[in-house]
Design a binder for this molecule. Structure first.
Ligand code: GLC
Length: 516
């Protein structure tokens, strides 16, 4: 590969609780992940062929938000294993050429973190100012800021601590108090956490809620309506960029490390600011595909706007889903999900794949008595489906979330040797991308296309691929000028088809064709 690894590689997100259990407690763990690394990349076409993984949190945690409430940033929760298990995982991943990102959760800690326990202990504790404390206002919370989780009535971002008579801020659960990012000691403490993992050899971070962190010092109320140009005082403050620049400097002290930030800003015009002058995070996640209805013009608009707005130094990225969102196959249906995968893996920009997408896993309905997440996200977090044995090969115990009812058919083992399977399709797509300079790092240009079709050209050093995606249910023709050959289609019986002048697309078909 020629460019930086994080621009040219395909990323894969692992939700550790759900990937592979190794000790029969029904919860996935680090040893389990290590055991399954061959699925991700064993150097042969049998494996998926990805270049990097992002591990959702495996740190010590009371698990109120399944690891996004950290009580010790420098240790592995016993549920997931030990630091030695982590080192072993890292070594085994690196041996396979797979880079590893860990999840950094700097906006908040768990209320069980020693920092918060100290902070809460008294108004005069030296750690008091590490969190955001404020006096009541008119007998209620200090301002009108809302938390992300919770029912509408109970959503204040403030919880009263009766012992000290003050409220503390939390943008998620009350068990996830927000750190005070105005405090230099907090900044240094998180720097130390980053160094701890970088020194261990991790290749970088996925940074949780990277656009929040800093909140208005004066704790001003938010405007009542989210009208345009009435910025909120608790998200996306200008000063957050200063922190991202600090992190970039820290990362740059090491060789070849990177960070991708969770930035759920809707407008691409705002999102692009998170690249800074190539001196902030390497990439902010672009979540805009997740917000589009299944319409060619909507996806095309996202890509075109992103391409237009990105300065030359900024590299795009795309994803179809993650541990907070419905799965692609559930959102788009099985046929369209193949088209979506083809799009994800042929665009200019780093693709992020969520575990299980490569076999077309769907959201699993959770019976009321088995719901465990505070925010309805269990359906997209169910155990990985490996084979047709009990619990899909995920655990010998009782899985923490139910296994999909269709797991006997939809699993890695069943799909491995089936050339028509989603797994085969993903493997071929990744192999095609990794073997082609044009697809990995070449230029992007939209192609004129009929209604309900999104088509584009990828090109590098004279190598040219046309990609044509039919979002509709009528057959369509996409003009490509000269002759070409279909390299890969969502319908495997069309692979290797010769094209003269135009690509023929069936309903809900996507195809990549190499132009002569
Ligand atoms: C991010 C994570 C989500 C978590 C939240 C609070 O949005 O992706 O899973 O609940 O932050 O940490």
């Amino acid at each position: 590969m020629s460019g930086p690894w994080w621009r040219e590689g395909v990323f894969y997100q692992i939700y550790p609780r759900s990937f592979q259990d190794s000790n029969g407690d029904g919860i996935g763990d680090l040893l389990g992940i290590t055991r399954r690394l061959d699925h991700l990349n064993d150097g042969s076409p049998r494996s998926l062929g990805i270049q990097a993984i992002w591990l959702s949190p495996f740190y010590r945690s009371p698990m109120k938000d399944f690891g996004y409430d950290v009580s010790d940033y420098r240790d592995v929760d016993p549920i997931f294993g030990t630091l030695d298990d982590f080192d072993h995982l890292l070594e085994e991943a690196h041996r396979r050429g797979v880079r590893v990102l860990v999840d950094l959760v700097p906006n908040h800690t768990s209320d069980q973190h020693p920092w918060f326990i100290a902070s809460r202990s008294s108004r005069s504790d030296p750690k008091r100012d590490w969190y955001v404390w404020a006096d009541p206002r008119n007998g209620g919370p200090p301002n009108n800021w809302r938390a992300v989780f919770g029912s509408a009535e109970k959503r204040s971002a403030w919880t009263l601590d009766p012992a000290s008579g003050q409220y503390y801020l939390h943008h998620f659960l009350p068990e996830q108090p927000d750190l005070n990012w105005w405090n230099e000691d907090v900044r240094r403490a998180i720097d130390d956490v980053m160094r701890f993992w970088l020194d261990r050899g991790v290749d970088g971070f996925r940074i949780d809620v990277a656009h929040s962190l800093v909140k208005d010092k004066l704790l001003r109320n938010n405007p009542r309506l989210f009208a345009k140009r009435r910025p909120r005082h608790n998200w996306e403050l200008e000063e957050v960029h200063e922190i991202h620049r600090r992190w970039r400097r820290l990362l740059d002290e090491y060789d070849d490390r990177m960070a991708v930030g969770e930035v759920s800003t809707r407008k691409l015009s705002d999102l692009v600011r998170y690249y800074g002058n190539d001196d902030e995070l390497h990439m902010p996640f672009n979540f805009n595909f997740l917000r589009q209805p299944w319409k060619a013009e909507r996806f095309r608009a996202v890509v075109e706007e992103w391409e237009r707005r990105l300065p030359a130094h900024a590299w795009p990225d795309y994803t179809l889903t993650n541990h907070d969102r419905s799965r692609a196959t559930s959102r788009y249906g099985p046929r369209n999900a193949r088209v979506a995968a083809l799009m994800l893996l042929t665009l200019r920009g780093t693709p992020f794949i969520y575990y299980g997408e490569e076999i077309g896993m769907t959201d699993v309905p959770i019976p009321p008595e088995r719901i465990v997440d505070v925010d309805g996200r269990d359906p997209e977090r169910t155990p990985m489906q490996w084979d047709a044995t009990a619990n899909a090969g995920f655990t010998t115990g009782r899985p923490w979330l139910p296994v999909a009812a269709d797991a006997e058919q939809v699993n890695v083992a069943a799909q491995r040797d089936d050339p028509r399977s989603m797994f085969s399709f993903y493997r071929q797509l990744i192999a095609l991308r990794q073997g082609s300079r044009a697809l990995r790092s070449g230029s992007y240009r939209s192609l004129p296309a009929p209604r309900e079709v999104f088509a584009y050209l990828r090109e590098a050093n004279g190598e040219r691929y046309a990609v044509a995606l039919n979002f509709g249910d009528a057959p369509r023709l996409v003009q490509v000028g000269g002759s070409a050959q279909v390299t890969l289609s969502t319908d495997p019986s069309h692979d290797a088809r010769a094209v003269s002048g135009a690509i023929h697309l069936d309903p809900a078909e996507g195809a990549v064709a190499r132009l002569a």
